[in-house]
Design a binder for this molecule. Structure first.
Ligand code: AG3
Length: 281
């Protein structure tokens, strides 16, 4: 018998990976969680059937949700991740020596628990033992409502805007993020595929622009996500990711990165025409 998993990206297109076994399958209060061992991409986590991470290509996503903001802000000390229960984003944040505290606010405790157990290469910093990491199992909206003017950077590491993450793409939520950020704070949110999700992007960037003075999209290549072309929204109160980028800080980073580098920091913000069209003002 062979085990293959398909995530459908549209009615007629999908991605299929051969798996050697299922490591966990269960339902939390919020969603269906599955962790499979795949033959070519290592362990893979699915939420409601959607690929969240694989061990083989997660470095792209986690480099790119974290480092552009942390190398644009001149001195990020307090960083919050909303979602991101696999721990990959927190792992990258704490590699920045200047960060004093990385806080994870994930709504679903089961995701954290199973990631610590089955995805240790991602979840190493959220096992409860890291001195610069704090964990909250809580609704992101409720959490930031109670934490005004507190963070230098907030990362929204969510799933697609269906199910528990729906509210994380709305203007009201961005207003709360804006007030939870300090006066020169930066937010980055995963913003779906420019190839497949033009409508979602249009609404999301319109909502962001209603709240933040600086809003830019940047891209990354993530093979297991729909179309492979993925994007992030950079929303900022003061610093522009290209014009205020201090290249030497990124060049002189004290850790290695397999995807991010000082050239790519700039290149990622250069968009293909169709992607630019999706978010035209
Ligand atoms: N968050 C982005 C997942 C979106 C993927 N969508 C899909 N497969 N249809 C991933 C969380 C990683 N920390």
């Amino acid at each position: 018998m062979e085990l293959w998993y398909t995530e459908k990206h549209s009615d007629n297109v999908g991605i299929t990976l051969k798996a050697s076994q299922s490591l966990f399958s269960g339902k939390s209060e919020y969603q269906q969680l599955d962790i499979l061992d795949t033959v070519d991409f290592g362990r893979m986590m699915l939420l409601d059937g959607l690929v969240m991470v694989t061990e083989r290509d997660e470095f792209v996503y986690h480099d790119m949700i974290v480092h552009p903001a942390l190398f644009t802000h001149p001195d990020p000390k307090q960083v919050l991740v909303i979602g991101g229960g696999d721990g990959g984003s927190i792992r990258e944040i704490v590699r920045h020596p200047g960060v004093e505290l990385a806080t994870l606010c994930e709504i679903d405790g089961l995701v954290v628990e199973k990631s610590v157990e089955l995805l240790p290469s991602m979840a190493s910093a959220i096992d409860g033992k890291h001195p610069r990491v704090k964990l909250h199992i809580d609704d992101g909206l409720a959490y930031i409502r109670d934490h005004q003017n507190s963070f230098d950077v907030i990362l929204v590491d969510s799933t697609d805007p269906i199910g528990p993450a729906e509210g994380l793409f709305e203007e009201d939520f961005y207003r709360l993020v804006h007030s939870a950020l300090k006066e020169d704070g930066i937010m980055v949110a995963q913003s779906e595929s420019p190839f497949y999700h033009a409508e979602i992007q249009k609404n999301m960037y319109r909502n962001l622009r209603a709240v933040f003075p600086i809003v830019e999209m940047y891209q990354a290549f993530i093979p297991t996500y729909p179309s492979g072309l993925w994007s992030f929204a950079f929303a900022s109160k003061r610093y522009h990711p290209v014009h205020d980028f201090d290249r030497s800080r990124a060049t002189n980073r004290t850790f290695e990165t397999r995807y991010y580098n000082e050239d790519l920091h700039l290149g990622a913000f250069m968009l293909p025409t169709f992607a630019r069209e999706n978010i035209r003002e």
